[in-house]
Design a protein. Structure first.
Length: 110
């Protein structure tokens, strides 16, 4: 049974955005690099794959195995892409953030 996909945490949101950013080249290493560059934080591969699995369970991400490559010692890459529901959810999250962002909410009383 798929979990409800109407809520995502901050890291899940960042992972979804990194997948979008990587396009056809979205697999573990490139997603991790994009996250580390964007956030300035060190991302463990275990936490990334746990999150990717959770996003797949929620029906937000689809994965598949690519063809084995010589540069990876004959191993295949697991590629990721967003499903349409993830794109809609990201738009909803972005809209909610924009509605909540205001000078007053950020502590500027001018």
């Amino acid at each position: 049974m798929k979990k409800a996909a109407n809520y995502i945490g901050e890291f899940e949101e960042l992972v979804l955005l990194a997948i979008v950013n990587q396009g056809d080249n979205a697999y573990g290493v490139t997603i991790r690099q994009a996250l580390e560059e964007a956030t300035g934080r060190s991302i463990t591969i275990g936490s990334l794959y746990t999150t990717l699995g959770r996003l797949e369970e929620k029906g937000l991400v689809r994965s598949w195995m690519g063809k084995p490559t010589a540069e990876r010692g004959g191993r295949a890459k697991r590629h990721y892409e967003l499903k349409g529901s993830a794109r809609l959810l990201l738009r909803d999250v972005q809209s909610a953030r924009q509605r909540l962002m205001s000078l007053k909410a950020l502590g500027d009383q001018t």
